[in-house]
Design a protein around this ligand. Sequence first.
Ligand SMILES: *[C@@H]1O[C@H](CO)[C@@H](O)[C@H](O)[C@H]1NC(C)=O
Length: 447
Amino acid sequence: MKSAAALTALVALLPAFASAQSQVWGQCGGIGWSGATTCVSGSTCTKLNDYYSQCIPSSQAPTSQPPASTSVPSTPSSTSAPSTPSTTPAAGNPFTGFQVYLSPFYAAEIQSAAAAITDSTQKAKALSVAKVPTFTWFDTVSKVADLGTYLADAQSIQQSTGQKQIVQIVVYDLPDRDCAAKASNGEFSIANNGQANYFNYIDQLVAQIKKFPDVRVVAVIEPDSLANLVTNLNVQKCANAQQTYLACVNYALKQLSAVGVYSYMDAGHAGWLGWSANLSPAAQLFATVFKNAGSSPFIRGLATNVANYNALNAASPDPITQGNSNYDEMHYINAFQPMLKSQGFPAQFIVDQGRSGQQNLRSQWGDWCNIKNAGFGTRPTTNTGSSFIDSIVWVKPGGESDGTSNSSSPRFDSTCSLSDAAQPAPEAGTWFQSYFETLVSKANPPL
Ligand SMILES: *[C@@H]1O[C@H](CO)[C@@H](O)[C@H](O)[C@H]1NC(C)=O
């Protein structure tokens, strides 16, 4: 795929057997946690909140436990009937007035990564990344239960601070996923009950979200999928997947809208759908998908540049963009939005800038895999400089690999061994320490 399967890195850091002790910075407790509850020598299991205890090096652990929160949030599923989620969307930008919930999973990845950095300045910069809100990818059914944990945690923060929380998720489990590349093949196949399995995956997400009607959820829907239907129907796997992708995305949008989730469908990036020949067919497809899903105002719009490297506002066009006047995301969105609107889809945008801090790095615009010398980019903000853009966001968790450079791996995609790709690279979604360290040192603005 063009982005990562996520969430696997922490698992990779943990020992393979459940009875083992958690590693330094690993999770060691919390409501819903079923893993190890003791820590390796030299670290102390420290309660951070009801939902998260962590193995903190004994030298850094607080001498007394933080006070338990005074009000224990009600147990979500069994004890109380969930209230009905809002079926009336708020007017305007869904990010406005909300604090973005920080994924404890990504924070744990960052803390492990920082622990491996010796230079104290770099270590401090690395640790600061844990404070930047990043989307959490639900790329397998087995991870869906974690969403309940995060929503409960967000609800608890909301209750104790009075600050409304928004939880950012990526819905990413289509059957025959990543139809034009290989690095992020998914768990479901169309030939083997994929559509029914996908509907069940969406039902499970919805079941978690329904339990926490007070917590706002924003979702990026299926990176690369609809963009592949615009430009890659010449690839057999994409042609075969067309009807299933449409049925699955339709189901996801309808079910998520019904529980008040604000959705942004993935719309590739300037160097993909932003070419003039692609804009109009893309507008037609997205508008049709929007209308077929009932034109819900919860289907807020489109997400661009997910896991990619384009600038929102390039200082000057990268030479690789030659021939495309939409040489950055702002130009792409400004060209695309009126077309969508005239087709009946008044789309708003979010734009991933997580790894866009450095420009002019690629040999070809289509290169997407672990691009060398990339740096973290503009921090998430609703101060976007465009009335079409709700928020700059970090969708791709920087530091997780885009795909392996190991040519013997079944998920090897040759893009990951091009000269502009950092190597050796581990499997998609797993932690890529040296890559993370470069993102930190090349961050722009600096961390
Ligand atoms: C590359 O992938 C093959 C097949 O999965 C595996 O056996 C081998 O250990 C991998 N090599 C490296 C260097 O990771």
